[in-house]
Design a protein around this ligand. Structure first.
Ligand code: CP3
Length: 355
């Protein structure tokens, strides 16, 4: 395996000393980049990008060719897993993801089985192809959805404002939701371990909708399953630790619970003060975040002020991976993303090493 030329991201996740605060951006490969839109047009569709290792490699590298980011993230989607479980994923133009066969009746739920990893081979092939193309430039992040976030899409059949079907199930037929979550958990463990085998050097679990739950429901239906996943993952590959990042959007109130499940790093959305988060859980885990993605609509000078505020709030020392608090908007100006990366690298040097 090629030696990593820049391992700052991996060191920060393990709270080892770094020279500056590393940064990557959630959804860093995406529609805000004209070169992404051009490749997607050539591939014909978003799933055309995901299912072709060559296209997936090309778009994964696009943001790295523009900005000096400290990590690459596999280009794919969390919904490939329920698709492999037979739900029939499709993207209706301008409407986001949808499933042909959402889980609405008991018989369909009882028949649900963990995903066959053979159907996800295109993802593992993409991981291997991206690792090769990166040639050690920066580490590659693999990812999956959390069992609960996947279940939201599987039961609702697509995105939702109120999650009425999945919440009705949670409160009136909890055993059915647990059955789905069990199948998802087994799938995600196998899926992430296969990504690690194929070359992923860190993994992130996206729990986008866990924050929509009550605290009690969050612990029972989201966190408990993520804890099982963390316990089931390979934590070392090629003689190096494979750090695990857990990101529950809206989970700022529950940081102590989240930091206790055994992950190396907890992702924060922008509503939490990162300095306060560090005081609460910084001894246990590294923190990732937490720039408001919509602050990228402001001018570069304002972006830089906000970067300075977040870096000062985290304070001296390692254990911080800079990121957005959620995915970058398709309407963001790439030049502003560049200003963000530059400001993080420039301003963070003062927080590391001998003062
Ligand atoms: O971060 C990256 O650059 C890696 C790629 C990535 C995508 N989706 C590509 C994508 C990752 C990590 C995801 C995760 C994902 N997918 C999540 C969890 C993170 C989050 O954003 O909360 C969720 C909930 C999904 C499900 C999903 N996929 C939705 C809701 C949508 C539509 C939203 C939108 O922006 O239109 C997608 C489609 C999708 N996944 C796009 C991309 C680049 C846009 C597709 C396009 O090109 O039209």
């Amino acid at each position: 395996m090629t030696q990593l030329k820049n391992d700052t991201f991996l060191r920060a996740l393990l709270k080892e000393p770094v020279e500056y605060t590393p940064i990557w951006m959630m959804r860093q490969a995406g529609r805000y980049l004209p070169e992404y839109r051009a490749t997607r047009a050539r591939a014909g569709s978003f799933m055309g990008l995901c299912t072709s290792p060559d296209y997936a490699t090309e778009v994964t590298l696009q943001p790295l060719d523009r900005f000096p980011l400290d990590a690459a993230i596999l280009f794919s989607d969390i919904l490939t897993v329920p698709d492999a479980m037979g739900l029939g994923l499709y993207f209706a133009e301008g409407e986001g993801p949808k499933f042909q066969r959402p889980l609405r009746d008991e018989a369909a739920i009882r028949a649900l089985a963990p995903a066959d990893m053979g159907k996800l081979r295109y993802v593992f092939d993409a991981v291997a192809s991206i690792r090769k193309a990166l040639d050690g430039r920066v580490p590659l992040i693999g990812f999956s959805g959390s069992p609960f976030t996947l279940a939201c899409y599987m039961v609702e059949g697509g995105g939702s404002d109120d999650f009425r079907h999945v919440k009705a199930m949670l409160y009136s037929r909890p055993e059915l939701l647990h059955h789905i979550l069990e199948a998802n958990t087994q799938s995600v463990i196998a899926y992430l371990n296969a990504q690690i085998d194929a070359g992923a050097q860190a993994v992130q679990i996206f729990d986008t909708w866990g924050g929509a739950l009550s605290h009690a429901a969050y612990r029972e239906f989201s966190l408990a399953y993520m804890q099982r996943i963390v316990a089931g993952l390979k934590r070392e590959a090629d003689g190096r630790k494979v750090p695990v990042i857990v990101f529950t959007k809206g989970g700022g109130q529950w940081l102590e619970d989240i930091a206790a499940i055994g992950a190396d790093c907890v992702g924060l959305d922008w509503t939490t003060d990162i300095g306060q988060a560090r005081a609460r859980v910084g001894a246990k885990v590294a923190l990732q975040g937490n720039f408001d993605p919509n602050a990228l609509f402001a001018e570069p000078a304002a972006i830089e002020r906000e970067v300075a505020r977040i870096l000062a709030s985290y304070g001296q020392g390692s254990g911080h991976v800079f990121n957005l608090g959620h995915g970058i908007s398709q309407f963001a100006d790439p030049a502003h993303a560049g200003a963000l990366v530059d400001a993080v690298h420039r301003l963070s040097r003062g927080y590391h090493g001998a003062a």
